[in-house]
Design a protein around this ligand. Structure first.
Ligand code: PXG
Length: 289
């Protein structure tokens, strides 16, 4: 495996960061998760845009231009001869002193890893997922804004542990007002009377790129899409429910907090959206070779 670190490729063995990197010491940095399908990088520009927006929000100046970052991403996939893969982009504050002052970090570090990801077992997609709401709420906008894809995912990790402790794979996170925000690494959608609903970003959802793609696919198919605040009641009484994310793609949900959703099987509209999403991933994006 060839891993990009600050403009050079390293082997997996040599790909190491300093213990003084503030990405490690304080979770000070940002990241992205991108996928390539069939020799093309899916939604590359959208992911790189989000990386720069996250960096801007934490006053982190990425030492590469947007175009250079796009090129380096494609080049790293090419160097690893991959056609279908998962790419992790990481920008840390860089090496500094043992004190949280970011001014001690002279140069941010850029890391690009092209590898594989299987977030959930294949049979779960056919069966649908059982999820629960958890006590850990989504970060407040006035704290670390949940739109920032930062290296500090403890909020989500705690929620994931709580879901695992409850015997399920994924958690629905509510915001401090009790409205649905999203899951730990996925956005959430419901379908009611043939229309699609998803929480607005102001509810504490990440500006999900899969979320955006699904909204586009739905609109093109004549399905009405609304961004609105949702409560647990809305989830329980949905006809269908699914999660979206780069890693998970589209995951049907069949049970929430013990309430069966719709027929208890992946719903027909969800199945249609999954098919269209997979078809799109095969033909669109930046060519690698
Ligand atoms: N919410 C959160 C909190 C996320 O981290 C999404 C929603 C979905 O966004 P996209 O743009 O991917 O549709 C994410 C994405 C991983 C992994 O390593 C995490 C994500 C994506 C890919 C891999 O588990 N998070």
């Amino acid at each position: 495996m060839k891993i990009f670190i600050d403009g050079k490729y390293c082997s997996e063995r040599d790909a190491k960061v300093s213990v003084f990197d503030h990405g490690l010491l304080y979770g000070d940095g940002v990241f992205e998760g991108i996928r390539a399908y069939n020799g093309r990088v899916f939604k590359l520009k959208e992911h790189i845009d989000r990386l720069y927006y996250s960096a801007k929000a934490i006053l982190l100046e990425i030492p590469m231009t947007h175009a250079e970052m796009m090129k380096a991403t494609v080049a790293t996939i090419r160097a690893n001869k991959l056609r279908d893969c998962y790419v992790r982009l990481i920008v840390t504050r860089g090496i500094g002193t043992l004190g949280l002052n970011p001014r001690s970090c002279k140069k941010p570090s850029v890391i690009i890893i092209a590898g594989k990801i299987q977030v959930y077992p294949a049979e779960l997609y056919a069966r649908g997922m059982d999820i629960v709401t958890v006590p850990t709420v989504r970060n407040l906008h006035s704290a670390v804004n949940p739109a920032i894809k930062s290296l500090n995912y403890l909020n989500n990790i705690l929620a994931k542990i709580e879901a695992n402790n409850a015997g399920v794979e994924e958690a629905v996170m509510l915001n401090a007002e009790g409205f649905v925000a999203e899951c730990t690494a996925d956005n959430l959608f419901i379908i009611k009377h043939g229309a699609l609903f998803t929480p607005p970003l102001s509810a504490g959802a990440l500006y999900g790129i899969t979320r955006g793609t699904v909204m586009e696919i739905a609109e093109q198919a004549g399905i009405k899409v609304s961004e609105q605040n949702l409560t647990r009641y809305d989830l329980f009484n949905a006809d269908e429910c699914f999660l979206t994310g780069t890693g998970a793609e589209i995951m049907p949900v069949i049970k929430i907090d013990g309430r069966v959703i719709g027929s208890g099987k992946p719903g027909p509209l969800t199945v249609k959206l999954v098919e269209e999403y997979h078809a799109l991933t095969k033909v669109s994006g930046e060519p690698i070779f």
